[in-house]
Ligand binder design. Structure first.
Ligand code: SAM
Ligand code: SF4
Length: 348
């Protein structure tokens, strides 16, 4: 092994001797990375039609994102999820995926995964698998082509379904994410549970979160998952599951299909006590909580030196500020947006 690699390995060992633990004794082992805030869709619950995106000059290069992720891996992060915006819409994204995949080969990372709208999956599915990805999440709120275009404004259902097929054929396990949208797709969720079951896909249903101004009232979109679950329970036997990911989802197994079904209910339940994750934006801001505004700038220490010491210190300082929980409220009277940042900045 060359000398610089030996030093780097030794450096990793030292860094790992003190893993990231926040003030509430939660070990931080999961990093979500928004590689771009841009997207080829404009989903009605996520973005307004005329979004203003971050200035290109502020966006980290893919090499910088890779280095940042490497610093988190050095500090004990075991799982990375690429998200956005639409991660597969970022030019040259596969060079980052391949670079990060190397941490899987060395055993420093357990999982590299992705959340995507599926529009580019047909093109990238096999390459993702070849780079070491084994599971992906695909967002799909409806199986009706017209509704699909109404929800995403710019998307075509056929293209996404082709992408999902390609991912399945490439051997990627798939989880479908569907946001429950009042008066739009609630009556379809039952059929989607069947569709996922037939194809061997897990599914997660998500409550709308009040993030960013999307030009619509949140109370017009919000539908509580307690009601979705009660509706689904009329047709399906939902067996409680103890599967946990450290995130907001609570899981059941659908007895008739054997598939896992998750419910992400940030508005109705508190899931923060087991939170194991932090989120990095494409400009290098680290958000310690999806539902809070506090963030740490990691771009400055990243660019300050080619040595990762200052960067690691900045990461540790940020983790020391991770709050106990989120601040989401959908208030019928005030109609307030609880978090002004759009989901596409931190990637959900
Ligand atoms: N573009 C990719 C996609 O759609 O999968 C990745 C980024 S997207 C922001 C990540 C997830 O956040 C998607 O499953 C999307 O449905 C969800 N999402 C976006 N805005 C949301 C909101 N306001 N409330 C709840 N979920 C939201
Ligand atoms: Fe794009 Fe995903 Fe947001 Fe839809 S949910 S607009 S696909 S980032």
């Amino acid at each position: 092994m060359p000398d610089d690699l030996i030093i780097r390995e030794a450096d990793r060992t030292v860094a790992k001797s003190a893993p990231l633990v926040d003030p509430f004794a939660r070990a931080i082992s999961y990093l979500r990375v928004s590689v771009t805030d841009r997207c080829d869709f404009r989903c009605v619950y996520c973005m307004s039609e005329d979004m203003t995106f971050l200035p290109k000059a502020e966006i980290l290069t893919l090499e910088e994102i890779e280095r940042l992720c490497g610093a988190f891996v050095d500090l004990g992060v075991r799982k990375l999820r690429l998200t956005g915006g639409e991660p597969l819409a970022r030019r040259n994204i596969m060079s980052l995926v391949r670079g990060l995949g190397r941490h899987l080969s060395t055993g420093h990372l357990d999982e590299l995964t992705l959340t995507t709208n599926g529009s580019q999956l047909a093109r990238y599915a096999q390459e993702l698998r070849d780079a070491g990805m084994r599971r992906i999440n695909v967002s799909l709120d409806t199986l009706d082509p017209e509704k699909f275009t109404a929800i995403t404004r710019w998307g075509k259902l056929d293209k996404v379904l082709d992408g999902i097929e390609a991912a399945k054929a490439a051997g990627l396990a798939i989880k479908i994410n569907a946001v429950a949208l009042k008066d739009i797709n609630i009556d379809e969720l039952d059929g989607m549970v069947a569709w996922c079951g037939e194809r061997g896909f897990d599914m997660t249903i998500i409550e709308v979160m009040p993030m960013g101004d999307v030009g619509e009232q949140r109370t017009d979109q919000y539908y509580p998952l307690s009601m979705v679950r009660a509706q689904l329970a009329r047709r399906w036997t939902l067996d409680e599951s103890d599967h946990r990911t450290g995130g907001p989802a609570r899981y059941v197994t659908v007895r008739e299909t054997g598939a896992r079904l998750g419910f992400i209910t940030p508005m109705t339940h508190n899931f923060c006590e087991s939170c194991n994750r932090v989120r990095l934006t494409c400009t290098g801001m680290l958000y310690m909580c999806l539902g809070q505004e506090d963030a740490a700038d990691l771009r400055a220490p990243l660019r300050q030196s080619s040595d990762d010491g200052a960067l690691r210190d900045a990461i540790r300082d940020a983790i020391a500020r991770k709050p106990k929980g989120h601040d989401f409220v959908i208030d019928r009277r005030r109609q307030a947006i609880s978090v002004p940042r759009h989901m596409s900045v931190t990637g959900g």
